[in-house]
Design a protein around this ligand. Structure first.
Ligand code: FEO
Length: 392
C-alpha cells in the first residue's frame, strides 16, 4: 500500500495485515488489522508518528523513500506492533529523536535496545513545533500499557491516538465506510485490552474533553473523520451501567450441563433478562469479551472433569478475571459424575471480579426436576437483582 494523504502535508503510512488471525497468541483477529504510522511535514520539521510491526518494516521503509529527513519519531506506545520498526527507521534517519513519555523511554530501551541518547522525553501537555504545525503530547496511561500517550495536532485538530479508539480491521479504505462494522471491531478491541483499565481510561477521556477533536487517527484500523460516535461509545462502555443481560459461557461433555444451560436460558428469557450463550468448545473468545462489556451477570456452565472444572470453563473464568468487566453478579452451574471441587476451583480464579456470587447449582449426572426448579430460582434471583439495581 502506498502512503495516503489525510490532509495537506499529513499522510497515512503503514501496513495492512490482511492475513493475521491472532494477536499476542491470544486475541482473535477475524478481520485482520493494520499498523498505522503517520507522517507530518511542518514548514520546518518533519515527524513520523509510530512505526509498524517488525515483519512489516519493509513496507514502511519503502513508503519513506524520498523522505529526506525526519526530525522526530513520536512513539506513543512501546508495544512492538507500533515500535518494532524503530531500530530500522533510526538506522535510516540517525539524527531523528524519539519522542516519548519518561516511562516509554525505559521500556523501549528494554524491549528494543534503543540507545539512551536517541530519546527526548516529554511531559504531559508539552508541545513540539514543526514550524506551522504543533504537536501537543497528552499522557494517557493505561491505554493499554502504563507508558501510553496520544498526540493532538493543534492546527488541524487531529488526535493521533495509537491503540486508544483503535479497531482491528484490514481495509484499503483510509476513512471509515461502515460504521456498524467498526463499532463491533472497536468494542472487541476495547474489551480485549482496555476494559481492565476502565477507571484510568475514564480520566483520560475527561482530559480529552478539553480538545476540539475533528478527526481521530488511531494506529489500528481506519481513520475517524467524524469521531463523535466512537467517543460516545467509549463513554458508554467505560462508565455506562451494566445492562439487563447475562453472559453464559459454558462447555458440556455428555449433554447434562447443556440441558441445564438451555433451561436457564429459557427461564431468563421468560423473565425479561437478555442472555448471550457461548459454547466454549467452538466460540470466538473475542465475541465473549464483547458480551462481557455490558452484562450485569456472568453464569459459567462447567461440567466437572478430573475432579475440577472443565479446562475450557477454567479458561473462561481466568479470561473474565483478567478483563475485569463491570458485571455485578456471578453464578456457576454444571453437572458432575462422581465428585470434585468445581465451584471452589472456579471461585479461586476470579479474585478481580467485584461480584456477588449467587448460589451455584451443581447436579449429579443428568439434571432432574429438582435441578430445573433450582435453575428457575436462579433465574428469579438474577431477574430480581437486575430489577433492584435498575439495569435496563
Ligand atoms: Fe497495538 Fe498495544 O499495541
Amino acid at each position: 500500500m502506498r502512503k495516503k494523504q489525510i490532509k495537506e502535508r499529513i499522510f497515512w503510512l503503514g501496513a495492512v495485515d490482511w492475513d493475521r488471525r491472532l494477536f499476542d497468541a491470544l486475541i482473535p483477529l477475524p478481520d485482520g488489522t493494520t499498523y498505522n504510522a503517520y507522517l507530518i511535514e511542518g514548514s520546518e520539521k518533519t515527524a513520523l508518528l509510530d512505526t509498524v510491526d517488525p515483519p512489516m518494516t519493509g513496507k514502511l521503509m519503502a513508503q519513506l523513500e524520498g523522505v529526506s529527513k525526519i526530525d522526530f519519531i513520536i512513539s506513543h506506545h512501546a508495544e512492538q506492533d507500533h515500535s518494532g520498526a524503530l531500530p530500522r527507521v533510526l538506522e535510516r534517519f540517525p539524527d531523528a529523536k524519539v519522542v516519548v513519555t519518561p516511562k516509554a523511554k525505559g521500556m523501549l530501551i528494554d524491549l528494543l535496545k534503543i540507545p539512551q541518547d536517541a530519546f527526548i522525553t516529554v511531559k504531559d501537555g508539552e508541545t513540539v513545533s514543526l514550524g506551522d504545525k504543533t504537536l501537543k503530547f497528552i499522557h494517557t496511561p493505561w491505554v493499554h500499557w502504563p507508558e501510553t500517550m496520544v498526540t493532538y495536532l493543534e492546527e488541524d485538530r487531529i488526535l493521533f491516538s495509537c491503540d486508544f479508539y483503535g479497531s482491528h480491521i484490514a481495509s484499503a479504505d483510509l476513512f471509515i465506510t461502515d460504521q456498524g462494522r467498526v463499532y463491533e471491531a472497536a468494542k472487541r478491541y476495547f474489551a480485549e485490552i482496555m476494559m481492565p483499565f476502565r477507571n484510568v481510561i475514564e480520566k483520560n477521556m475527561e482530559k480529552l474533553e478539553a480538545y476540539d477533536i475533528q478527526m481521530i487517527a488511531p494506529s489500528h484500523g481506519q481513520v475517524y473523520d467524524r469521531p463523535a460516535w466512537i467517543m460516545d461509545a467509549y463513554r458508554e462502555w467505560v462508565t455506562g451501567a451494566p445492562h439487563n443481560r447475562v453472559v453464559l459461557p459454558f462447555v458440556s461433555m455428555h449433554g447434562s450441563t447443556r440441558q441445564m444451560v438451555d433451561h436457564l436460558v429459557s427461564a431468563l428469557a421468560g423473565r425479561g433478562v437478555g442472555v448471550e450463550l457461548f459454547n466454549l468448545a467452538v466460540t470466538d473468545i473475542g465475541k465473549l469479551a464483547i458480551a462481557l462489556v455490558d452484562a450485569a451477570t456472568i453464569v459459567v456452565g462447567a461440567p466437572t472433569v478430573l475432579a475440577g472444572p472443565h479446562p475450557l470453563a477454567a479458561y473462561a473464568a481466568l479470561l473474565a478475571n483478567a478483563l475485569r468487566p463491570k458485571a455485578r453478579f456471578l453464578s456457576i452451574i454444571g453437572s458432575y459424575g462422581w465428585g470434585g471441587k468445581t465451584v471452589e476451583t472456579l471461585a479461586a480464579m476470579i479474585p478481580n471480579l467485584k461480584v456477588e456470587v449467587l448460589e451455584p447449582i451443581l447436579c449429579k449426572g443428568v439434571p432432574l426436576e429438582a435441578d430445573f426448579q433450582a435453575l428457575d430460582r436462579l433465574a428469579d434471583a438474577i431477574a430480581q437483582k437486575h430489577k433492584e439495581n435498575g439495569f435496563k
